[in-house]
Ligand binder design. Structure first.
Ligand SMILES: Cc1cc2nc3c(=O)[nH]c(=O)nc-3n(C[C@H](O)[C@H](O)[C@H](O)COP(=O)(O)OP(=O)(O)OC[C@H]3O[C@@H](n4cnc5c(N)ncnc54)[C@H](O)[C@@H]3O)c2cc1C
Length: 401
């Protein structure tokens, strides 16, 4: 299936594709194409700078802040071409989440101070929302910020903080008042990760990757000038930012690219008298996954380009997140099955036991189980899939209102 765009859209697609082919550094392309998960922060900064120099670093921001002024079709094509051509997406925390939030709720000084550096990739951000006892029930957060003169003093801890070990800044939610409803008394602050009293400790993922952390605050001082919006009004800002996070988690185009890689791989793996791609069981599972993905792709396009439907009640992002992550997990599971025991990082391939080109594929396969286990995270983060189902139940079925 080939999605057809308008004539301008087709011309734009060629422009984006050519730009990526000519400007994406080989080391970064290889990293993405190899389905590697722990991308070095230097790669993220470098690619962000390349995009920013072209004027594509933060396409969704308003033009006055460096945005691209694109149509919805152009945004869609841009994201899709990044995925299909093995390029990283624009920075998620700084560009997709914090930038639009600062533009909406920040003051002029904060925009001047943080937006240009974020756009250029000089500032990497992390998200300090979750706490050991506040995940799905985020409003229960307890990490305290107490105002003392022109500073807040923070004590407590944030957990599961992705990229905190690379980040220059954190945007986070802190408790400034416990007297009222739990959604009240939450304040949105920007924290310098080099602040004295702030410690980042790694939490290793099940498969051994260092991606998330626990961050401890021991009398960390944050200037009041780094508060976004009013004190105690952080919940509104947090919800705005989370609505930005939930779009884009379906990763349809990235999974299309993964399926294309899996097909190339299965076409070279011997099975019976032929190759795995022609094995009826494997081919059926692959076709099932691809059909599900294509159906989701159409759903995504419908949500993006058709008039809003009253039937969805605003739960589109939740639906896309659930199906997108389920299919993504299925496809990585299939890759593990395709590579059988070679998908385990511990498997030794005896030199000469496979044709050299295939041997390279199998070596790459040694990462497959790692990615498979790592991607269990997708149904937990950005609002767990169970919570997304609750949202759909309320919005579409009218349950629990
Ligand atoms: C890899 C990874 C990266 C992350 N990165 C970040 C980050 O950068 N910044 C950040 O702030 N947070 C981050 N998180 C945290 C993430 O947002 C939380 O893990 C998530 O919101 C779930 O919260 P919890 O872990 O406290 O689980 P809990 O909320 O304790 O939930 C435990 C289980 O119960 C289910 N459950 C809970 N409540 C309900 C309910 N009402 N109905 C039905 N089922 C329910 C959940 O779905 C889950 O299966 C990350 C998490 C992961 C795994």
């Amino acid at each position: 299936m080939d999605i057809r765009f308008s004539a301008e859209g087709e011309a734009f697609r060629d422009e984006v594709r050519t730009f990526i082919r000519n400007n994406l550094p080989d080391d970064i392309r290889d990293w993405v194409a190899g389905e590697r998960i722990d991308m070095p922060s230097e790669y993220q900064r470098r690619w962000q700078r390349i995009l920013a120099e072209k004027g594509w670093g933060a396409p969704a921001w308003p033009k006055e802040h460096g945005g691209a002024g694109w149509t919805d079709e152009q945004f869609y094509i841009f994201e899709r071409e990044l995925a299909l051509n093995d390029a990283p997406r624009v920075l998620s925390f700084g560009i997709q989440m914090l930038g639009p939030t600062l533009i909406e709720f920040g003051n002029e000084e904060q925009k001047r101070k943080f937006l240009p550096g974020t756009l250029r990739g000089d500032y990497l951000w992390c998200q300090g929302y979750s706490e050991p006892n506040a995940g799905s029930d985020l409003a229960s957060l307890k990490t305290k910020a107490v105002q003392e003169g022109d500073h807040y003093v923070i004590n407590g801890s944030k957990i599961w903080t992705t990229e905190a070990h690379h980040a220059d800044w954190m945007f986070g939610l802190f408790r400034t008042d416990s007297s009222g409803k739990k959604q009240e008394g939450i304040t949105f602050l920007l924290v310098d990760m080099k602040s004295p009293g702030l410690t980042v400790r790694p939490l290793l993922m099940f498969e051994g990757t260092h991606e998330v952390n626990q961050v401890f605050f021991d009398n960390v001082k944050v200037p009041v000038t780094q508060r976004v919006g009013e004190e105690g009004r952080g919940w509104t800002i947090a919800k705005y930012l989370l609505s930005l996070e939930r779009f884009g988690t379906a990763e349809v185009s990235r999974t299309l690219a993964t399926i294309a890689r899996l097909k190339r791989l299965a076409a070279r793996i011997p099975a019976g008298d032929g190759v795995l791609l022609d094995d009826p069981d494997f081919a059926t599972r692959l076709a099932d996954a691809e059909m599900e993905l294509r159906a989701l792709e159409l759903t995504e396009l419908r949500f993006l380009f058709a008039p809003p439907s009253p039937e969805t009640g605003g739960a589109e992002a939740s639906m896309l997140k659930i199906r997108g992550t389920e299919i993504q997990q299925e496809v990585f599971g299939l890759t593990v099955d395709a590579l059988s025991h070679f998908s385990l990082a511990t498997t030794e391939i005896e030199p000469g036991s496979l044709p050299p080109d295939l041997e390279n594929e199998f070596m790459r396969g040694a990462r497959a189980s790692k990615v498979h286990f790592n991607f269990r995270k997708t149904s937990i983060y950005a609002g767990s899939n169970e919570i997304q189902k609750n949202i759909i139940a309320k919005a579409v079925l009218g349950l629990g209102r």
